[in-house]
Design a protein around this ligand. Structure first.
Ligand SMILES: Nc1ncnc2c1ncn2[C@@H]1O[C@H](COP(=O)(O)OP(=O)(O)O)[C@@H](O)[C@H]1O
Ligand SMILES: [Mg+2]
Length: 353
């Protein structure tokens, strides 16, 4: 395992500035997840770290050694992609051992290493099978096995589970987490899946337009997003964002005719107030901070989300008790938990009240 450091990485594709000054230090053994909207540069950044793509400027350091000019094979990093390209004519044993065979290791040693790797991934019973005789999850494990056997200093995963069905994704997610705990290899993992990001990461790095917007533990990102962008990106369903202004130290919600609340203003003139769905409750109309019409309830078994139309195209999401059955179309009052509100300036940056 190794530390991986990025210093002022920039990448241009012709006139497109795809990576825009990324600085990041990943500690030995850390599990870092890159998230961000499609096209924000996650794969490009990962490929630059792997050496598959050349940075336009900046440097990549592995264990404090500058490897910017090194070939992928000289970086000791193993990359696992979404499409796990196994050799179709080789069985599992040959697929896993292939890198060692090309490196010229003795057959006996290769067999030992393959057995060891197969044990970690619980593939021992499948060593004689061809890839076409395996399920998607088993193939993905073989692909990981091929990476592990090289004893890499770091793992790079680019959306490795997005081709798998939902049940298998959960299994593989647990396996990857388990594997990381067991081997402790420094890992960078790209995903667009909220749950993968929240459950796997020691630290989540949120990217937008080629820049790091915020990097922090899942808890920090969820509870203290530094911007409206991160606030809305982390968490599903999304944080509600309500345009507001302040008057006499209290907040007025900019909805319909405007509703003055007794929520204390964070001090700015105009701003957005963010409230997560689980921090809003239904209340009597005369006590409500906000009134709207219930337009939809999404029942998910263990959870339920109510969508309330508050006018001006603002649909507020409220997490409600799943056992409640509500009549669609009625007027409902909403009340915010004042200790759990977030405020963002017009620039998008967090305001600390
Ligand atoms: N080889 C390439 N040539 C030109 N543009 C590219 C190339 N690879 C990626 N891009 C562009 O760079 C941006 C970032 O791409 P990518 O890193 O794949 O995003 P992500 O993985 O976050 O979805 C996108 O706008 C994409 O179209
Ligand atoms: Mg990508």
């Amino acid at each position: 395992m190794a530390s991986i450091e990025l210093k002022q990485i920039h990448k241009w594709f012709d006139t497109a500035h795809v990576i825009d000054g990324v600085d990041l230090l990943i500690e030995k053994g850390e599990f870092v997840v890159f998230v961000g909207p499609s096209g924000c540069g996650k794969s490009t950044l990962l490929r630059i770290i792997a050496g598959l793509e050349e940075a336009s400027s900046g440097s990549v350091l592995i264990d404090s050694q500058d490897v910017t000019a090194n070939l992928p094979s000289e970086r000791s990093l193993a990359m696992v992609f979404q499409s796990y390209a196994l050799y179709p004519h080789m069985n599992v044993r040959e697929n896993i051992g292939f890198a060692l065979k090309t490196a010229g290791l003795e057959k006996k040693l290769i067999d030992e290493k393959v057995d060891e790797t197969a044990k970690i991934l619980e593939l021992n019973a499948l060593l004689d099978r061809l890839p076409k005789q395996l399920s998607g999850g088993q193939r993905q494990r073989v692909a990981i096995g091929r990476a592990i056997i090289r004893e890499p200093k770091g793992f790079l995963f680019d959306e490795p589970l997005s081709n798998l069905d939902a049940a298998l994704r959960v299994n593989m997610r647990l396996e990857i987490s388990h594997l990381h705990k067991k081997l402790g290899i420094t890992t960078i993992y790209v995903t667009h899946d909220q749950i993968e990001a929240m459950t796997l990461a020691d630290r989540i790095v949120v990217l937008n337009k080629g820049q790091i917007v915020q990097a922090g533990s899942p808890r920090v990102l969820y509870n203290k997003p530094n911007s409206a962008f991160v606030a809305e990106f982390i968490g599903s369903p999304k944080m509600n964002m309500i345009p507001c202004f302040s008057e006499d130290g209290n907040i007025t919600l900019q909805l319909g005719s405007g509703k003055k609340t007794n929520i204390k203003s964070p001090g700015k003139q105009t701003f957005k107030m963010g409230a997560r769905p689980e921090t809003i409750i239904f209340t009597e109309l005369d006590k409500a901070d906000l009134i709207g019409k219930l337009v939809l309830c999404e029942y998910l078994g263990s959870e339920q989300f109510a969508y309330v139309d508050c006018g001006d195209a603002l649909l507020i999401t409220v997490r409600i008790d799943p056992t409640t059955e509500m009549e669609i179309g009625i007027e409902v009052g909403l009340s915010f938990d004042q200790s759990n509100l977030h405020f963002f300036a017009d620039s998008g940056l967090r305001i600390e009240p």
